[in-house]
Design a protein around this ligand. Sequence first.
Ligand code: NDP
Length: 452
Amino acid sequence: MKDPKDSKARLDALRADIERRNPAQPEFHQAVREVLETLAPVFAARPEYAVAGLVERLCEPERQIIFRVPWTDDHGHVQVNRGYRVEFNSALGPYKGGLRFHPSVDIGVVKFLGFEQIFKNALTGLGIGGGKGGSDFDPRGRSDAEVMRFCQSFMTELQRHIGEHTDVPAGDIGVGGREIGYLFGQYRRITNRWEAGVLTGKGRGWGGSAIRPEATGYGAVLFAAEMLKLKGIGLEGRTAVVSGSGNVAIYTIEKLHKLGAHPLTCSDSQGYVLDEKGIDIELLKQIKEVERGRVSDYAARRGGSARYVPGGRVWEVAAEVAFPSATQNELDVQDARALIANGVKAVSEGANMPTTPEAVRILQEAGVAFGPGKAANAGGVAVSALEMSQNAARVSWTAERVEQELAGIMRDIHAVCHETAERYGAPGDYVTGANIAGFERVADAMLAQGII
Ligand code: NDP
């Protein structure tokens, strides 16, 4: 299959088959399409990948678990949610990937996230497979006691399927330190094991790693800095737009400040804040992490420099660097055109698949350096893997050490994506570079391990 056209025809047929066999899962289709579209040159150059139904196996999860999660709310009413864990690929290590609690979660969303995770985790070089999970439970507006009862019920089933050598969940949207604590407590209670490496994102005092809360956001900024460096530009003094106001957004904003840039925005699903003086990170943390409030509260408390725009999108604000850090498909063609018109130089995806495929194409054609989530937000899972290493050795590294490791990993991921894109004739195309570099690592391991 030397001719790339043959490879493309075969991948197109495979894609059609995947869409037929996985109906009503648009996010999963989108994630698969985006990867398959970039793989044709690899198949042309390395025919060994064309054998053994390799890509067919890669696109089919090794295991998918769906379960009932009953719990009792504060009024004594029984609520029933649905739980998911998709154990997608373990060729490189135990399944690894977060849990998302959000009403939009269904099997297609979990599969898209799990599929992305395979390549992202491979890019870290740290020996972790790909998985993802979650529930359609909405923690917003729920009391701590309700969240605890939900997490306990969720873990009562999930614990059968996970373990430090099997599957290691972490946080994602709606799952932060509070939820990981309740989940870990229930795991420990049921199994009667102190198995720290079964979950990552734990509290610092009981097995968590320094810098894990910061890692995804910090990593996305470091990735942007690497992309800009190749353009001969520094981050210092640059204006930035950031969407979201959760874990990833907060630490993206914090790192931008540390590197002398000016993060102007944050948002939630109801609107955004533009702060001409730059987002006050301590106020944002207080409102979001301590009070669990909204970004509208930030604008109300910040005073003159901040304006709340209900229903608006941060992409209309002029800035030189953009960090989509909320959720999938939050940056579309219109947003991309607005960013380009305002002179954006780089987009670094803190969230998973936040930019629609058309928007990615438009940004790349305009010469904007575009860092896909698989590469740009891999810092979170990388530090999770470092948390697993610390747990296995029963040691706790200093924040300085973890931050240094993170910086090195983000530099390496940037380099491998950049080099791979060049090697396959797509210089500057980090999407192609990330997909192919991740694919080669997983594919080599799958080939070596036989048809399983
Ligand atoms: P959080 O729950 O901490 O924050 C999510 C933020 O995004 C909130 O501001 C939320 O606003 C907003 N948001 C969520 N859903 C929507 C939506 N449908 N429309 C508009 N805004 C929305 O999650 P994280 O910060 O952890 O995750 C953000 C993104 O980063 C996700 O794509 C996640 O998969 C990805 N990611 C996270 C990693 C991590 O380590 N946490 C690692 C790698 C990727 P609201 O409160 O109004 O819902």
